[in-house]
Ligand binder design. Structure first.
Ligand SMILES: [Zn+2]
Length: 202
């Protein structure tokens, strides 16, 4: 099937369409928007993408995004290195930082265990976490994976794997996933939801 657009326009639409949350219609709309703006505006976007890709890497200690070898949290000496909060994604760090409740360090797994998507523990930064606990004198690990089935399964796996290391292991309080059906919730999720039950504010 041949495209009604000139080849460079079709390429732009195809690339935009690969972005998360951008469907074919949005891809078309953004592409035509970019064709209409001043060249310097379009170039600024292109440059921002290139520069972010060139300058940002993974922190070699916690696997957060970082401009240098270590991220800002790992470089900050005032943060408690004995307390490590484990998250799935660098964006989760931003969410936790917003609470201003946490003064420890982080460890980014870069995903969660998901048999459906073929992601096992070996694809995550779990070996690195184990090494950190032994090498850096970590005394408490807070499991802050998502409160859904994959995040819970990952937390359960981590708890078992880390227990022999003799560190305190805690899990953020969580209920059932939003929109989750009690009938389909696994017993682990349901058990935790029951255990952590609270009075409902009327
Ligand atoms: Zn770091």
């Amino acid at each position: 099937m041949s495209s009604p657009y000139a080849a460079p326009v079709q390429t732009l639409i195809d690339e935009l369409g690969r972005l998360p949350g951008v469907g074919p219609k949005s891809a078309q709309r953004i592409a035509f928007y970019l064709l209409q703006v001043a060249p310097e505006d379009a170039n600024r976007l292109a440059r921002a993408v290139t520069e972010a890709k060139e300058r940002i890497t993974w922190c070699r200690r916690c696997f957060n995004i970082s401009e240098g070898e270590l991220c800002t949290f790992c470089l900050d000496e005032r943060r408690d290195a004995t307390l490590v909060c484990v998250v799935q994604d660098p964006r989760d760090i931003v969410a936790i930082e917003r609470t201003r409740e946490f003064r420890g360090r982080y460890h980014v797994l870069q995903g969660a265990i998901s048999p459906i998507h073929g992601i096992g523990p070996e694809q995550l930064r779990i070996g690195e976490l184990v090494r950190r606990i032994t090498d850096e004198g970590v005394t408490e690990v807070i499991l802050a994976t998502n409160p859904d089935i994959e995040g819970d399964a990952t937390a359960m796996y981590l708890a078992e794997r880390l227990r022999p290391l003799g560190v305190r292991i805690t899990r953020i309080a969580s209920g059932l996933p939003v929109g989750g059906d009690l009938e389909y919730a696994d017993e682990v999720t349901l058990g935790r939801a029951l255990e952590g039950r609270r009075e409902v504010d009327s």
